[in-house]
Design a protein around this ligand. Structure first.
Ligand code: PRP
Ligand code: URA
Length: 208
C-alpha cells in the first residue's frame, strides 16, 4: 500500500544501525532516537499545507509562507517520549498530547493508562510518535482515540516496524500514512520485532 513510507536516507540508515547495536548505551540511544525522530518528521511533514504571508525584510517585501494547520505531537508512553523534544524544536508551536499505553505481556494487547485530551480536538494534524510498531495494537488504539477526539489528519512516525504491525495499522486506518526508517523481518512469539533493537523503553530509560 502506498501509505507506507520507508526512508532510504543514508543518515537514517546509519543511525538506525547504531541504535540497534547491543553495545549502544542509554545516553547514546536517547540521542539517536532524538536525531532519528527529527529526520523522520522532516520527511513526514513534506506535504504540510502553507498559507501565503508577506514578510518585510531589511531590503523590502518578500512573499513568504506559514504553516497553516495546528499540529499536535502525540507520543505513546513511554518510548515515544524520546521522539518529542527534537521534533518540538523544529515546530515549537506544536501542542504535545501524551498517550499512555503499555502492552499486556501475556495477551500483547495495549492497556490504556493515561490521556488528558480535552473535549474536542485542539489541533488539526496529529503526529503519533512511537519508535516501535510491533503488533500495531498501541498505534491502532491511539489513532482510534484521536479520531474520536476529532483530529482531521493523523500520521504515524516510528523508527522500526514489523510487517504485522504495518498491516494491522493499514487495515484499521488506511488513511493514516506510516513513516518509518525500516520494516524488519518478523515478530517473535513474545511480540518483539526481529531483528529490531529489543525494548525501546528500557533501552532509553535504562530500565529492565
Ligand atoms: C512498546 C513500544 C510501543 C509498543 C509497540 O511499548 O514503545 O508503544 O510496545 O507494541 P505494539 O505495536 O505491539 O502495540 P511498551 O508496552 O513496551 O511500553 P513502554 O514504552 O512503556 O516500555
Ligand atoms: N516494543 C519494543 O520496545 N520492542 C519491540 O520489539 C516490540 C515492542
Amino acid at each position: 500500500m502506498d501509505n507506507l513510507h520507508i526512508s532510504n536516507h543514508p543518515l537514517i540508515l546509519h543511525k538506525i544501525t547504531l541504535l540497534r547495536d547491543t553495545h549502544t548505551e542509554p545516553k547514546q540511544f536517547r540521542e539517536l532516537v532524538r536525531e532519528l525522530a527529527i529526520l523522520l518528521a522532516y520527511e513526514a511533514t513534506r506535504d504540510l499545507s502553507l498559507r501565503p504571508q508577506a514578510v518585510t525584510t531589511p531590503m523590502g517585501l518578500a512573499n513568504g509562507q506559514r504553516l497553516e494547520q495546528k499540529i499536535g505531537l502525540v507520543p505513546i508512553l513511554r518510548a515515544g517520549l524520546g521522539m518529542v523534544e527534537g521534533i518540538w524544536e523544529m515546530m515549537p508551536h506544536a501542542e504535545v498530547w501524551h498517550m499512555g499505553f503499555y502492552r499486556d505481556e501475556r495477551t500483547l494487547k495495549p492497556v490504556a493508562y493515561y490521556n488528558r485530551l480535552p473535549v474536542g480536538a485542539t489541533v488539526q494534524l496529529c503526529l503519533v510518535l512511537d519508535p516501535m510498531l510491533a503488533t500495531g495494537g498501541s498505534a491502532v488504539a491511539t489513532v482510534d482515540i484521536l479520531k474520536q477526539w476529532g483530529a482531521q489528519q493523523i500520521k504515524y512516525v516510528g523508527l522500526i516496524a514489523a510487517p504485522e504491525g504495518v498491516k494491522r495499522l493499514q487495515t484499521a486506518h488506511p488513511d493514516v500514512p506510516i513513516h518509518v526508517a525500516v520494516v524488519d523481518d518478523h515478530l517473535n512469539d513474545i511480540g518483539y520485532i526481529v531483528p529490531g533493537l529489543g525494548d525501546a523503553g528500557d533501552r532509553q530509560f535504562g530500565t529492565g
